[in-house]
Write a protein that binds this ligand. Structure first.
Ligand SMILES: [Zn+2]
Length: 227
């Protein structure tokens, strides 16, 4: 290799190693860094940055009611920034009780919401696209549960997306400890400004979200979706 081509090869290697449009974060290894920067323009924040103590387990990257994932495995967990601040507050209060929040779903791209509706087609559980979009599509609804502070799971009334009576937000049957946990979660979330909905104990809408609430698509943030 001539000296010129060796220098050219070194230069090209350096260019390829740099993250795109780093915005001062050279050598950042976060694969979602570019998405987070784009999300900021829509007032969406990454939960892992708002509060690293919140567990994230996006269930729709594993499966959905359709039996196939709605998200790819590295789907970012985003919420409206004012919703994120409320979640951080609730998570801090939960710590005193030995629990942390775990997020099952947060901002949901309209592309995924339409796929979910096509799978479920039950307006009790999914907002029909003909009636508009779910608040998830604006980043102001979250699906959450509790875990122990070390991330260990705890029993709650039902698993995520259980379409039975046990999913109801006022279901308290069976077990006093479970009833106590779901009541604690609902009370803290309500005090922070969220409301519950009848059909799903895990779903909360931020009634006090402030500042630039907008519909954001996966395309807006260059997030690839499953085909
Ligand atoms: Zn939900």
């Amino acid at each position: 290799m001539s000296r010129f081509s060796a220098i050219a090869a070194l230069f090209i290697t350096l260019i390829l190693c740099l993250p795109g449009n780093s915005g001062g974060q050279f050598f950042s290894r976060d694969p979602n860094a570019a998405i987070y920067r784009a999300a900021k323009r829509y007032n969406l924040a990454a939960v892992e940055k708002v509060d690293p103590g919140i567990d994230i387990d996006l269930r729709y990257s594993v499966t959905s009611a359709s039996g196939k994932p709605l998200y790819l495995p590295n789907m970012p967990c985003l919420v409206h920034k004012s919703t994120g601040e409320k979640l951080k507050k609730v998570n801090a209060q939960l710590r005193d009780h030995g629990y942390a929040l775990k997020i099952w779903d947060a901002w949901r791209p309209p592309e995924a919401h339409r796929a979910l509706w096509n799978a479920v087609r039950d307006p009790r559980y999914v907002v029909p696209p003909s009636k508009g979009l779910s608040w998830h599509c604006y980043g102001i609804s979250v699906d959450v549960t509790l875990v122990k502070l070390d991330g260990a799971p705890v029993l709650m009334p039902s698993p995520f997306d259980d379409f039975s009576e046990r999913a109801a937000s006022n279901y308290r049957g069976g077990d006093a400890e479970i009833a106590k946990r779901v009541t604690l979660l609902q009370n803290l979330m309500k005090n922070a400004g969220f409301r519950t909905i009848e059909s799903e104990w895990w779903h909360f809408d931020d009634m006090k979200a402030t500042g630039g609430i907008r519909k954001v698509t996966a395309k807006d943030l260059s997030i690839p979706m499953p085909r």
